[in-house]
Design a protein around this ligand. Sequence first.
Ligand SMILES: [Zn+2]
Length: 220
Amino acid sequence: MNFLESMLSFIFPPTCGICGKENKNYICNSCMKKLKEEKTYIPQIENYTEIKHCYIFKYDGTIRQKILQYKFKDCAYLYKMFSEFFVKNEKVCRFLKNYDIIIPVPMTRKKIAKRGYNQSELVAKEIANNSENLVYLNKVLVKQKETNTQSALTKKERLNNVKNVYKIQNMEKIKAKNIILFDDIYTTGATCKECAKTIMNSGAKSVAVLTIAKDFQKIQ
Ligand SMILES: [Zn+2]
């Protein structure tokens, strides 16, 4: 912790992201217990045909509300709690040891200006800060144009919506590297798969996806 961070934590002590009570781990034991009781805390690594996916939660209940607040209600501070779930889970940490670089799913500059932050950047950066092997890179994968919000679309529309939307710059930085792509939620996987394809086409050795939650609802 640097000087500025210790001053800030003195003025604004760390709090639990769920109940708001002071807590140095950003999540208190009773809220953690509640998440487990809701059966949304299910840290998992799945192998899909083209990609590995690691996630912590089923997108439902309290954690769903928190992710929505984080994305749409100016609750940027919640990135601390979210990153904590990854760095405190042994299974996830063991998985992350196989990778060199963590890249957030990008937003356009216009969208970042509107929201004030890219929620995936904040969490990905914090995970890298707490990791011995992962380097955070945010100027490699870029979004070239604005798209419609994926959540309003059908499965097929989602695939078309993100097609050829991302590009790689500074390609040499990811060449022959094992990459973790970070996003907040995995639903149909359209965004993650398109990003992963773009990364692989630029010479990366491997790509896996890391998300806070997986949405199990069936999208038509
Ligand atoms: Zn709490």
